[in-house]
Design a protein around this ligand. Sequence first.
Ligand code: FAD
Length: 327
Amino acid sequence: MGKTYVVVAETKDGKLRQVTLEALQAAVAIRTDGDALAAVLIGHSTADASAELARYVDGGQVLVLDHPDLSSYQPELYFAAVTQALAVLPPEPQLVLLGHTGIGRDLAPQIAAHLGCGQISDVTAIVQDGDDVLFTRPLYAGKAFEQKRLADATGVVTVRPNNLPPASPAAAPGLVVPLEFAPPQSLRTVLKDVVRKVSGKVDLTEAKIVVSGGRGVKSAEGFKVLEELADCLQGAVGASRGACDAGYCDYALQIGQTGKVVTPEIYIACGISGAIQHLAGMSQSRIIVAINKDPEAPIFKVADYGIVGDLFEVVPLLTEQFKEVLA
Ligand code: FAD
């Protein structure tokens, strides 16, 4: 009998997150004939997302735990839901895949401990090496990479958003299987409220284009020109810690060693010097464009394209040009 590949899905505002499709594609790429594919969907009012997910599991199952208590992420409840879903799957070795998101990072080690298997985090590439599957992950803030394999090909893997291709709808739709969620008898923590700090139109970690601002933007008002460029490119706005510390924007936008890690197709750094701690969060972007008035700014060393100039002149010009081209 083959193995079961399980993807723990994530939704945002009721819609499947792109990283879930990337994790599904990883499972599709690794599995061999006879291996089963399943997805676990946890939340509340999940009808649309479960129907959507069923399009990708190629004849497999979508195990749905839908309960009012699961409307927001709560580690103990979500972990209980995952274990209840895994319990209905065949007990042969499993590979469990999640997005390397806040939720995925929190759940993955708990699942690995529960299954008594290994875990590989923040995977950016997967390669087949004979019978082995090798998982590539960055080290030292992206300065080096390592390739790992799981003992007995069994374990838990988190995949970094925007690095693997997303799954396409499969030939055979999957079966949606609703499961009764049994909340744990007692909880050690109780979620009282969720306060959303930033309701960005595009999720920063999954955005294809990120327009980021640093201390050179000089004020919260100054970020408006970056927002206009991001909106026109359907991208997201990010920031350096310098900009966050100065109060120009919320820390939710911070990119870097102590902020978010992003790997968009295009990263446009405006008025950011390129400190090593900032590079840790964006140096894996496919194309880096730097706009800085200092030709010696270190950001130019990692940039594919550099514009030496005042961002308040350059960014509006870019927006105007993109608007014309995109129209
Ligand atoms: P600056 O270094 O002040 O650079 C501003 C740039 O804007 C300059 O290059 C200047 O030439 C340019 N500029 C000014 N005006 C204009 C203009 N009109 N047009 C164009 N260019 C202009 N930083 C992060 O970003 N993320 C992190 O996660 C992070 N974590 C850290 C963790 C630790 C433990 C430590 C010690 C530091 C961390 N930092 C982090 C801070 C980091 O070291 C830098 O201080 C910070 O990134 C600098 O931000 P900045 O590039 O916006 O500002």
